[in-house]
Design a protein around this ligand. Sequence first.
Ligand code: ARG
Ligand code: ZN
Length: 889
Amino acid sequence: PLIRREDYAPPAYWIRTVDLTFDLDPVKTMVINRMQVERNAALPPQPLRLHGEDITLTRVLVNNESVSFRHEDGMLVIDSLPDAPFTLEIRNTCCPEKNTQLSGLYTSGGGFFTQCEAEGFRRITYFLDRPDVMAVYTVTLRAAKKQYPVLLSNGNLVEQGEMMAGVYGPRHYAKWHDPFPKPSYLFALVAADLVTREQLIRTRSGKEHLLQVHVRRGDLEKTEHAMNSLIASVVWDEARFGLPLDLERFMIVAVGDFNMGAMENKGLNIFNTKYVLANPATATDVDYAGIESVVGHEYFHNWTGNRITCRDWFQLSLKEGLTVFRDQEFSMDMAGTPTARAVKRIEDVRTLRQVQFPEDAGSMAHPVRPDSYVEINNFYTATVYEKGSEVVRMMQTLVGRDGFARGITKYFERHDGQAVTCDDFAQAIADANPDSPLATLLPQFKRWYSQAGTPRVTARGRYDAPTRTYTLGIEQTALPSPRQPVKQAYVIPLAMGLVGRDGSALPLQLEGEAAPVGTERVLVLNEARSFFTFVNVDQEPVPSLLRGFSAPVVLNDHLADADLLTLLQHDSDAFNRWEAGQRLALNRLLAGVNGTGPAQLDDAFIEAMRSVLRHPGLDAAFKDLALTLPSEGYVAEQLTTVDPQRIHAVREGMLLQLAQALRADWEWAYEAHQVKGGYSPDPVSSGRRALANLSLAMLCRDAVARHDAVWPGRAYERFKDAGNMTDRLGSLVALVHAHSELAELALQRFHTLFKDEALVIDKWFALQVTAPEKDGRVFERAKILLKHPDFSLKNPNRARSLIAALCMNNPAAFHRADAAGYVFWAERILELDSINPQLAARLARVMDRWTQLAEPYRSAAAEALRRVAAKPDLSSDVAEIVNRALQQE
Ligand code: ARG
Ligand code: ZN
């Protein structure tokens, strides 16, 4: 059934306290759930309807007496209840071992773990499983002591001890109490054989806190970075937003089977091992950065998500958009230097464009605050997270950094301890900044929450030499999206500057202003069409618009190559400098694909790339980003009809040309960016490694094309002797992606070295299926890897490492004229649907943009979608995705 935002109604009952007792057993876990319940006095009396899913009810008591109840629409309904507050006791059982969906209580690696967001708690016991019902939890865990020595739940440990021996030997128990009222989605328990890294910290208030990272035996030496990231997160949130740690104990637990990245359960964050475990030998710089940002993200949820939570799931971006914004800011502050900050910003924008823009243009397009859903798990999307974060960032841009911090303070003054809406958040930020454009334009600004689709901004500048004026005419338009045919103008903060041909930053004085106001400013667009006239402009400038990507829009500024080259050379804004280079590259890729220009790079572009690569003043990390051509997926997004094979052929041709034309420069860059000494994942060293690895990949690509063995040989040696995973994987990728003859040997060796490291074996799968497609070899290999003994659909990381990697990250291997890629996709979705519908639905998203494909891809994609849609017992998760896709036809 379709759930609608406008149908929200408060709950008929409140649950004030929950006392849970678990007798943990993989086959049959017994749950006793004692609740203090009271009627919501604001509503007329009505039956109590509790959620429950895949659990077996054994008993229902009200005030210790049995009552009659019934099951209706999958809910447990109790009709006659006292008017006064009462205790409700539910007893039920569940089977964690059979829970392959990994939602609710499940087993992994011999332990018990939970995932309750969004609606997993109802798979543990009957409850009002909705975020506006907040209760104080006390949890007792009982389990066999030998297999499950560590027993954890939210809050503080209040009691633990031995019990009488059970059939499987001695048992023990632990009792936890969480003083903060919380919604059921933040409940968690863990019972497993784990080892712990601990750290006591003292925060500004002088209070002591115990930080713990729990992992499987053998993984302890991989927890240092996660712990350091946690400590840094605690310090940062207090310094930047005045938000201290409010718990005596804060725990992180890593689990190998997990649907998402991590989960912010109060005081007991549960993480995918991918975002906890790292040492230099097994994790790359990218992994280290991912850990820092996810540890931060989950920690920051303690305030933005847990202390103030969502009234209903339509408000998901209230906590996710805000918390992504906070983790991005955290990573930027940790990066330190202005360029390192810009590099992080470029990476975030790249993800937004590669994932969220297509989402916003495809079958699953939805507003940051969706209006309806069938399965809420399908709305943990790039739009809710990443675009949601951009919306928060625009608020900060409109009120300033200090104003935003004031707004956050007001938000907590008003709403601490409550379940609220996105409106409440925006109102708090605006009210703390009454004179800001956010406050004066608030209802219009909030269209960012209600309208789907990526707005387009078109700008044209005109310089009038006699009057020394420069006029910018700017238009915004929003294309229709599914269910939203007509859209209204947004409030768009456009950060900008004017750059002289000589590279100088021109003073910005708008008509009517007495004097220039700096060399960079934010123009606020709030009409379909706006004009800005700058006066006292000495020379015809190049406009540098949307600096730092100040709004999530597609910008067409009509800049010619010469202007873009000026920006690439001189723009003081590192983001726009990068963007200018990408635009130059994109223009060439598009001309090649469309046949409106040569499928070849011109000397001007190659020379521009050479000077970036050789530039004495630019950081290696920036060069790495600037010298990476826009991805095939990003190129596809610019086109109305997509031939993935054509895009691949053109881009591969240009890459090879860039490899050849800059051979000597790549050689120089490779040698000049070797990192000596011990491993550290800091931005400078990781930037150098990234550029060295890119250079090596280019050199191998060029060498293989010339049948020259020197660089592949060097790559192989570096692969063998590498002192860290970043260099080892970089070298291996260089060999495999260049289709070098040494690739097989290196792959085998890599597998042997790391056969017991699950996260590294994931990389081994992914890197093989993301190699540039060549005569169908990569796809063939994917089919063979499916039968590899290490492959399994049951482990989400492993499933993603092969299926998502191939279907999402390798368009040319996936979109085949013979439709074999789509057949492969349909078969995997059908298999996975019965195991883990949430994961299946995520992988099904590959087909969001199928209507954009050229024939024969389009018809074949439709057929694959219909095949999946026809599965008799298809999950509602996958059904929602494929049906929405098919509705586009
Ligand atoms: N709240 C978690 C996070 O963003 C993600 C939980 C995802 N859960 C889900 N059912 N999709 O940190
Ligand atoms: Zn989150």
